[in-house]
Design a protein around this ligand. Structure first.
Ligand code: FAD
Length: 378
């Protein structure tokens, strides 16, 4: 390494780690070593958006995250337009839909990984199949495992156990055990719900509905979209979004989901229809019509108590993680010099629609600007 160079370690070659490596590699003063436990890099990014990767949203709103105040500040520093420009500068052509969701024009998540992984070999090394077990800070330098390099800074970008099989969830991020960081318990978010008093006969039914999350008689959140009824409960993007609001409740007692199956016109008189035809055959999905026949229910308010969300392996993100009080506005750790904490490791989670990848990329972008000395101090 040349005199005057800074050598940065990045733990995790996922969305935030690769973004940081790419950004820092544009400056010749930096050398970067990325450690990745898997053989392949960017696994979750590749799985994102059903393989298409919804990489951000043009209309990001802070209130769709669990920490709106922190996000409002971040968005002032790093708005979606800046991320869009950054990807364009790196040659990634994107398209967006009517709800502001942005995808690579290739409609293939691997394109995003390939763009991020287009790195100068002389300045960036990616060490795959290296599961970091241990970090140590000594005399102003960071050391990882028995790797010989003394790093000037380290970025923790190792994500969360969301979406992983239970065997791999165990000991996730255990390398942090000896680093004192305030952490909130990890729970599944953006997942389906297990429902109580739920008839298995609905399994396989897919329909549109306005779905509301209630706690006792209080409406917590409602959304419209497609829902899929499964063996033990429901899933679908609407339902996953409701799970994010469910996770944010201080207590989860007496929660229920309510499905308004007459989603297309609030003036439609379902009572009149049912009185006229005597059944819901021409009105609802056949499985719902059969259920209605066997045990009539209000078609604008089919309700089931919530048992829990589906487990971590079917979640897209984690609720919880490293407390935001541990980092400053540049994602630098307050109590560990030269350490940055990025992406899903932090206690930030957003709804579906590009919110979580946006946070991973934006946190990396802001940390990169701080390391490069180009932050504008906002
Ligand atoms: C099925 C699915 C679909 C999703 N779809 C979307 C979507 O369309 N839009 C969206 O915004 N969000 C989506 N998300 C969420 C999004 O993918 C994550 O929030 C995002 O990838 C988090 O980025 P990250 O950099 O924090 O972590 P990751 O991208 O998970 O990267 C962490 C990396 O660190 C590595 N690692 C972990 N521990 C170690 C260690 N000890 N040593 C070395 N390496 C380690 C991991 O192997 C991984 O490669 C989806 C998630 C899932 C599971």
């Amino acid at each position: 390494m040349n005199c005057g160079n800074r050598h940065i370690a990045i733990v995790g070659a996922g969305a935030s780690g690769l973004f940081l490596a790419k950004k820092l590699s544009e400056d010749k003063r930096f050398r970067i070593t990325v450690f990745e436990k898997n053989r392949q890099i960017g696994a979750k990014l590749r799985a994102s958006g059903g393989g298409k990767a919804n990489i951000f949203n043009r209309e990001i709103r802070p209130e769709h995250y669990n920490k709106p105040a922190f996000l409002a500040k971040l968005l002032q520093k790093y708005a979606p337009e800046r991320l869009e420009q950054q990807f364009a500068d790196w040659g990634l052509v994107t398209v967006s839909d009517s709800e502001g969701r942005v995808y690579p024009a290739s409609q293939f998540s691997q394109t995003v990984v390939d763009v991020l992984n287009d790195l100068p070999e002389n300045r960036v090394e990616i060490v795959t199949e290296h599961n970091i077990q241990h970090l140590e800070y000594q005399n102003g330098k960071w050391y990882v495992d028995d790797f010989p390099t003394a790093f000037d800074a380290i970025a923790l970008a190792s994500g969360s156990p969301a979406g992983m099989i239970p065997k791999n969830q165990r000991n996730y991020n255990s390398y942090l055990q000896r680093i004192l960081l305030k952490t909130r318990t990890l729970e599944a978010s953006l997942s389906g719900f297990k429902l109580a008093q739920y008839p298995k006969s609905l399994s396989g039914c897919r329909t549109k509905a306005i779905v509301s999350l209630y706690q006792s008689n209080k409406l917590i959140h409602k959304e419209f979209g497609e829902v899929t009824f499964k063996d033990e409960g429901v899933s679908g993007i609407v339902v996953m979004n409701l799970s994010a609001y469910y996770r944010r409740l201080p207590s989860r007692e007496n929660c229920r989901l309510e499905f308004n199956l007459i989603y297309w016109d609030e003036r439609f008189d379902a009572v009149d229809y049912l009185a006229k035809y005597g059944n819901a055959v021409g009105l609802l999905h056949p499985k719902l019509a059969a259920l209605h026949q066997a045990k009539p229910f209000p078609v604008t308010a089919l309700a089931f108590p919530i048992e829990d969300t589906y487990p971590m392996e079917s979640a897209q993100v984690c609720h919880g993680g490293i407390d935001l009080s541990e980092v400053d506005e540049n994602f630098a750790a307050k109590n560990h010099p030269g350490m940055y904490i990025l992406g899903e490791m932090l206690d930030v989670d957003g709804v579906c629609g590009g919110y979580n990848l946006f946070f991973a990329f934006a946190s990396a972008a802001v940390a990169a600007e701080h390391l490069l000395g180009t932050s504008d101090g906002r």
